[in-house]
Design a protein around this ligand. Structure first.
Ligand SMILES: N[C@@H](CCC(=O)N[C@@H](CS)C(=O)NCC(=O)O)C(=O)O
Length: 212
């Protein structure tokens, strides 16, 4: 398989799942800052110009975090990356959708790619503040549903990988994490695969979560 990723981005969550599953894959780095995602060769693989993209062994490209995570969990069921019952699986999708669609897509996107949301440069600070408000509200909502300790749905699942990457962004950008989210983040950082993926992506693992 070929995995198209950018270090420290949402693709980190999928990177964690690929490594948890001990899959063999080629990592292809896409440089978002220099427009690698809009290069014709990449658009031919993923016309949405987003990462992550997973090109499976049959040559077909799968996009969208939730779809890739779901496909991995269903394709390699022995790893039990989904609870497996209708309610548990729906809860995993519910959490991933809120993380990716709201915290990431509406919140962090306003903070990281402010110009996409503000036609007038004078609006930039207001747009960032709006992004931060969405992020803070999002973590508060998730915090209320998370157990005080442990993984989001009891045992490690694809939803934890999604929640982890926004918690990681919070840590990197100085966004305060409420208690259950912070405990979840710290628990994720104890997983050897998570530590290895962060190191591979160029982050000093021992520094994470110290500032919270
Ligand atoms: N809905 C997409 C969102 C992916 C996404 O927004 N990825 C960001 C990086 S974290 C990206 O590709 N940004 C480039 C852009 O939107 O121009 C998914 O779930 O995969």
């Amino acid at each position: 398989m070929k995995f198209y990723m950018t270090p420290g981005s949402c693709s980190t969550g999928i990177h964690i799942l690929l490594e948890e599953l001990e899959l063999v894959f080629e990592a292809h780095l896409v440089n978002l800052l220099t427009g690698g995602h809009t290069a014709p060769a990449y658009l031919a693989i993923n016309p949405k110009a987003t990462i992550p993209t997973l090109v499976r062994n049959d040559g077909s490209a799968l996009t969208e975090f939730q779809a890739i995570a779901y496909w991995l969990a269903r394709s390699y069921p022995k790893a039990q990356l989904l609870p497996g019952d209708p309610d548990g699986d729906a809860r995993a999708i519910e959490l991933m959708d809120y993380v990716i669609g709201t915290l990431h897509g509406q919140g962090f996107a306003r903070i990281f790619t402010t110009d996409k949301f503000s036609i007038n440069p004078a609006d930039a600070e207001a747009v960032k503040a709006q992004g931060l408000e969405i992020v803070n509200k999002g973590f508060a909502v998730i915090n209320a549903t998370l157990p005080p300790q442990g993984y989001a749905l009891g045992q490690f699942s694809i939803a934890d990988a999604a929640l982890f990457y926004v918690e990681f962004w919070a840590d990197k950008t100085g966004v305060w994490l409420p208690a259950h989210c912070l405990n979840h983040y710290r628990l994720m950082l104890t997983r050897p695969v998570v530590r290895r993926v962060l190191l591979e992506e160029g982050y000093r693992v021992d520094r994470q979560a110290e500032t919270q």
